[in-house]
Design a protein around this ligand. Structure first.
Ligand code: CDP
Ligand code: MG
Length: 828
C-alpha cells in the first residue's frame, strides 16, 4: 500500500506539471507560431462581446485603421497580374455563383447548412467569402472565423491554399493550428484548425469569446469529434446570438443537420463531374490478365480461388440478406492484405496478397492507359508505407524517371504533403497512395484513375490527434461512390474497385456515425475533462444518441478502473487518461509502464493490442506455427510476453538485415511488426509530450523484470480477468477458431490462479484472446482501482470479485485472500 501512495503521488505530480503543459493544447499560447494572438487572447474584439472596448474610442479607431489597411492590401493584390489570375480561377468555381446567396443566408440565420460536390469550393472559398465580406463592411480587424477540419493535413493544406489565393504568407490574415503545430499571427482572422483543437479551446473558453463565425467542415463524415462539437455548439448558440455557425458537407444528407438545429436553412452548391467507369474485381481479372500462371504464384491462386468460391456461396444464399452481407465480408477478407480466413491461409504468403494485385493494376495503367495521375485508396499509413516499400522495389513502378510515387496520410510532414498537389514532369506518372482522407477533404486535380481497396480504418490511428486504431472494415456505398468520383474531376476517368460487384452490393448505404460504433469510454473521459456535466444527459443530446446501455457500461467501466469516482467525477488517473488519445485500458498500461520504469516492453504490448496479431496461423501449418509461438512464451503463460520477445527478436534480426527470414521462420507478419514499431514511437512521443514521462533515462530500468511487466499488464487489462480452472470447469481456455491462438490454450496446468485477458469473444463457448497468467498478489495490488485512494472500496470490490468467482478449486486461495483483505480493512 506504500505502492498505492507512490502511484498516487506520481500521478499528482504529473497533473501539476501538466497544468503548465495544458496551455500547449489550448489555442491561446501559440508557442510555436510566435507572437501574441489577438484572436485568442480575447482581444479579437466582437462588438457584442466586449462592451468595455466598444466604449473605448481609441481602440475603435485602431480597429478601423487596421480594417482599412487589410482592405487596401487585398485590393492591391487583386489588381496584380497573379492576383488577377487567382481571382479568375476562384470565380470559375461552382461556389462563386452562390456567393451572394451564401452570404445572405449567413447574415440572416444563426445556423446554415451548406452542401456541394467535392471540389466545388466549400472549404477554400466559403470561409474566404465571409472574411472578404467582413473586410468590405469595415469589420476586417474585428472578425474571427474558425473553420474546423477532421484531419491535420487538411487544416494545413487548406490554410496554405487560402493564403496563396490571397497573395499572403501563412500566418497573416489566414493561419492554421493543429496539435503541436501552428502558423498564426497577430492579424490572423481566418483560422483553419482540427476539430480537436476547437474542443480544447472550449475547455478554457466556454463561450468562444471573440469568435464571430464557426465553420464546421466535412460533417457528413460523422466523426466522433464533430458530433461532439455539435452538441457543445448547440448549447452555446443561445448564449451567443451574434455567433454564426456554418455546417458544410459533401454529400446530401443536409436535412439531418438542419433539423438538429431547429430547421436551419440549407443551401446546395451544384457541381459538375465527368463520368467515371467502374471496374470490379471480375472485370479487372479479365481486362488486366491477372491470372494464375503457375501453382507457385500462390497469392494469385488464393485471390482467384477465394473469389470464385465465395461468389458461389453468395449466390446460393442470395435471398438471405443478412447472411449475404456476412458472406460478402468473408468473401473479400483476402483483400485484408494478409491471410486471415482459412482458405487464404492455406495459400500462405505473408503480407503480399492484396499488394500484388494493386501492383499489377498499377502496371496495367502505366502500360496501357492514357496519361493522368493515379489515386490509390488504402486503409492506413502502415499499409501505405509497406506498399510503398514494395512498389519502390519494382522495376517499373520504382523507376523515378517514369513514376512519381507519393504517400498521403494524416501523420505525414507538411512539406511532404505539398508534393501531392504538384504536377509531375511530362512522361512521369504520378501515383498517390492515400487514406480515405483523399475521399472528400483534399482534392488532387489531375487524378484520372482511382484504385479502391474497398476498406478503411474506421478511425485511423493518429496518436497526436485521434482516437485509437480500429481494424480496417468495408466502406459504405457512399464512400465508394465518392472515391470513384475523384477520377472525374478534369476528364472522364476510370475506377478500379479491388473487390467483386457482389461485395459492393452488400456495402451499407452510409457509414454508421462514429459515436454509434466505437466504445464510449474515451469520449466519456473527454466529456468529464471538459466539465460538461452528466455524461448520460450530455450524450442524450447528440444528433444520433448512443444506446443508454452502452453509455452506462462505459461509465461503470471507468469507475472500475478508477478513472471516475463513485459520483462520476474525474479522478487523477482519469484526468491523465483523458490526455492520452488511446483507449483507457491501454492508456493506463502506458502510464503505469512509465511510472514503474518498464516502458519498452509495455509499449510493445500496447502497440500489439492496438495493431493486428503479428503471429500468423496458416491453416495447414497450424501446428508448426503454434509451436513457433510457444517458443516465445518460454513457458511463462503469457501471450503478451511472447509478443514482447517476438518483437525484440525481430528488432535484433532487423539490425542484422535478416528481419524477413526471421519472420518467415517464426510465422510472424513483418508488416504488423513494422506497424507495432511505429506505434511504439508514437506512444513514446505522446507520453513525453503530454508530460507523463518525466525521466526518459530511467524509464527502462525495470524493463527486464517480467513479474513487474505482468503486473502492469494486469493493471491495464483488469477487470478483464478470469480464474483458472485447470481444464474442465467454468471458463475453459481454448484457441480462437479464426486462426488466433494463445500460448495458454494448450496448457493443462497453469501455475497461476488468474488470467487477465484483452478480449472475451463468444462463439459457441467463450474464448479468450491474448491472456497472461497472474498471481494473487498481482491482482490484489494491481487489479482495479489502485489510484483512487479509496482503499476500502477497492478491497471490498476485490472481495466481492473473489466471491463471484468462488469455486471449489480455489477455496483455499479465496479464504486466505479474504482473511488478508479483512485484516487490511481493519488496519486501515
Ligand atoms: O471543399 P470543397 O471540396 O468543396 O472544395 P475546395 O477544397 O474548396 O477546393 C476548391 C478547388 O480549389 C478545387 O477544385 C481545387 O481545384 C482547388 N484547390 C487547389 O488547387 N489546391 C488546394 N490545395 C486546394 C484546392
Ligand atoms: Mg472541402
Amino acid at each position: 500500500f506504500g505502492l498505492q501512495r507512490e502511484v498516487g503521488a506520481r500521478l499528482e505530480g504529473y497533473i501539476s506539471s501538466k497544468s503548465v503543459n495544458e496551455e500547449n493544447f489550448s489555442d491561446d499560447t501559440s508557442l510555436r507560431s510566435g507572437g501574441d494572438n489577438s484572436i485568442y487572447s480575447g482581444g479579437g474584439v466582437h462588438e457584442q462581446e466586449e462592451p468595455l472596448i466598444r466604449k473605448s474610442i481609441v481602440a475603435e479607431k485602431i480597429l478601423q485603421r487596421k480594417s482599412l489597411q487589410i482592405r487596401n492590401k487585398q485590393q492591391d493584390w487583386q489588381e496584380s497580374p497573379e492576383g488577377q489570375k487567382m481571382l479568375e480561377f476562384r470565380r470559375s468555381l461552382p461556389a462563386h455563383k452562390e456567393k451572394d446567396a451564401l452570404l445572405n443566408f449567413i447574415t440572416q440565420n444563426q445556423v446554415v447548412v451548406v452542401s456541394g460536390e467535392t471540389g466545388c469550393g466549400k472549404t477554400t472559398q466559403l470561409p474566404q467569402y465571409i472574411l472578404e465580406s467582413e473586410i468590405e463592411a469595415g469589420r476586417g480587424a474585428a472578425c474571427s472565423i474558425i473553420c474546423t477540419q477532421p484531419r491535420r493535413i487538411s487544416a494545413m493544406s487548406v490554410a496554405e491554399r487560402v493564403a496563396a489565393e490571397r497573395g499572403e504568407n501563412l500566418g497573416e490574415s489566414v493561419g492554421y493550428k493543429v496539435r503541436l503545430e501552428g502558423m498564426k499571427g497577430r492579424d490572423t482572422r481566418l483560422l483553419f484548425c482540427t476539430t480537436g483543437i476547437l474542443l480544447r479551446r472550449l475547455l478554457v473558453d466556454r463561450s468562444l469569446k471573440g469568435v464571430s463565425h464557426v465553420v464546421v467542415d466535412e460533417i457528413h463524415e460523422r466523426g466522433m469529434n464533430e458530433d461532439f462539437l455539435l452538441i457543445v455548439l448547440k448549447e452555446l448558440l443561445p448564449r451567443r446570438p451574434e455567433l454564426r455557425l456554418i455546417l458544410m458537407s459533401a454529400t446530401l444528407n443536409a436535412e439531418l443537420f438542419s433539423s438538429y438545429f431547429g430547421g436551419a436553412p440549407m443551401i446546395h452548391i451544384p457541381g459538375f463531374t465527368y463520368p467515371v467507369r467502374s471496374h470490379f474485381l471480375e472485370n479487372i481479372l479479365e481486362t488486366t490478365g491477372y491470372r494464375l500462371t503457375s501453382y507457385n504464384q500462390i497469392d494469385n491462386y488464393g485471390q482467384e480461388k477465394m473469389w470464385k468460391m465465395q461468389k458461389q456461396s453468395l449466390r446460393k444464399r442470395k435471398s438471405q440478406i443478412a447472411s449475404a452481407v456476412e458472406d460478402a465480408i468473408e468473401a473479400a477478407d483476402f483483400m485484408d492484405y494478409g491471410p486471415r480466413t482459412r482458405e487464404s491461409l492455406s495459400c500462405w504468403n505473408p503480407d503480399s496478397i492484396g499488394f500484388n494485385l494493386i501492383e499489377h493494376v498499377l502496371c496495367h495503367i502505366i502500360k496501357k492507359e492514357r496519361p493522368g495521375a493515379v489515386l490509390v485508396f488504402m486503409t492506413g499509413w502502415d499499409d501505405i508505407n509497406s506498399l510503398k516499400d514494395q512498389l519502390q522495389a519494382h522495376p517499373l513502378l520504382g523507376d523515378p524517371s517514369r513514376v512519381l510515387l507519393l504517400a498521403c496520410h494524416g501523420s505525414m510532414a507538411s512539406s511532404e504533403q505539398r508534393l501531392i498537389f504538384d504536377k509531375p514532369e511530362d512522361g512521369v506518372r504520378k501515383i498517390v497512395l492515400a487514406t480515405n482522407m483523399a475521399e472528400t477533404s483534399i482534392t488532387i486535380n489531375d487524378v484520372v484513375f482511382v484504385v479502391d481497396c474497398g476498406k478503411a480504418k474506421e478511425t485511423s490511428y493518429d496518436a497526436l490527434n485521434n482516437t485509437p486504431c480500429l481494424l480496417p472494415s468495408w466502406i459504405s456505398k457512399a464512400s465508394a461512390r465518392q472515391r470513384r468520383g475523384r477520377a472525374g474531376r478534369v476528364q472522364p476517368g476510370e475506377c478500379y474497385h479491388l473487390y467483386p460487384r457482389c461485395v459492393y452490393d452488400a456495402f451499407a448505404d452510409y457509414q454508421l456515425p462514429e459515436l454509434l460504433r466505437t466504445p464510449l469510454q474515451s469520449l466519456c473521459l473527454q466529456i468529464k475533462s471538459l466539465q460538461l456535466g452528466s455524461i448520460s444527459e450530455f450524450l442524450s443530446r447528440a444528433l444520433q444518441p448512443p444506446e443508454p446501455l452502452s453509455v452506462q457500461n462505459a461509465i461503470e467501466y471507468l469507475m472500475v478502473i478508477g478513472a471516475l469516482d463513485a459520483s462520476e467525477n474525474l479522478t487523477v488517473l482519469g484526468r491523465n487518461l483523458s490526455m492520452l488519445p488511446v483507449e483507457p485500458k491501454l492508456g493506463k498500461m502506458l502510464l503505469f509502464g512509465a511510472i514503474f520504469n518498464c516502458l519498452d516492453p509495455i509499449m510493445t504490448v500496447v502497440a500489439g493490442l492496438s495493431a493486428r496479431d503479428p503471429f500468423l496461423m496458416p491453416f495447414d501449418k497450424k501446428d508448426l506455427a503454434e509451436s513457433a509461438k510457444t517458443q516465445f512464451s518460454s513457458r511463462d503463460y503469457s501471450d503478451h510476453l511472447a509478443l514482447v520477445r517476438a518483437y525484440d527478436g525481430w528488432k535484433d534480426a532487423e539490425r542484422h538485415q535478416s528481419g524477413y527470414e526471421y519472420c518467415w521462420k517464426n510465422f510472424l507478419s513483418a508488416q504488423t511488426l513494422k506497424a507495432i514499431d511505429s506505434l511504439r514511437k508514437q506512444f513514446f512521443y505522446l507520453l513525453k509530450d503530454t508530460g507523463l514521462l518525466d525521466n526518459t533515462e530511467i524509464c527502462n530500468t525495470w524493463s527486464h523484470d517480467e513479474h513487474l511487466i505482468r503486473a502492469i499488464i494486469c493493471a491495464g487489462l483488469f477487470p478483464g480477468i478470469c480464474s483458472v480452472v485447470n481444464k474442465e470447469k467454468s471458463i475453459s481456455l481454448k484457441t480462437m477458431e479464426d486462426g488466433q491462438s494463445s500460448v495458454n490454450g494448450q496448457e493443462l496446468k497453469i501455475p497461476h490462479p488468474w488470467l487477465v485477458f484483452n478480449e472475451k469473444v463468444k462463439v459457441n463457448s467463450v474464448f479468450l484472446r491474448d491472456s497472461t497468467a497472474v498471481s494473487d498478489s498481482v491482482v490484489l495490488l494491481f487489479g482495479g482501482n489502485v489510484s483512487r485512494g479509496d482503499l476500502d472500496g477497492h478491497l471490498k470490490m476485490l472481495g466481492g470479485y473473489l466471491e463471484f468467482f468462488m469455486n471449489p478449486a480455489l477455496a483455499d486461495t479465496y479464504l486466505r485472500l479474504k482473511k488478508e483483505l479483512e485484516e487490511l480493512i481493519q488496519k486501515k
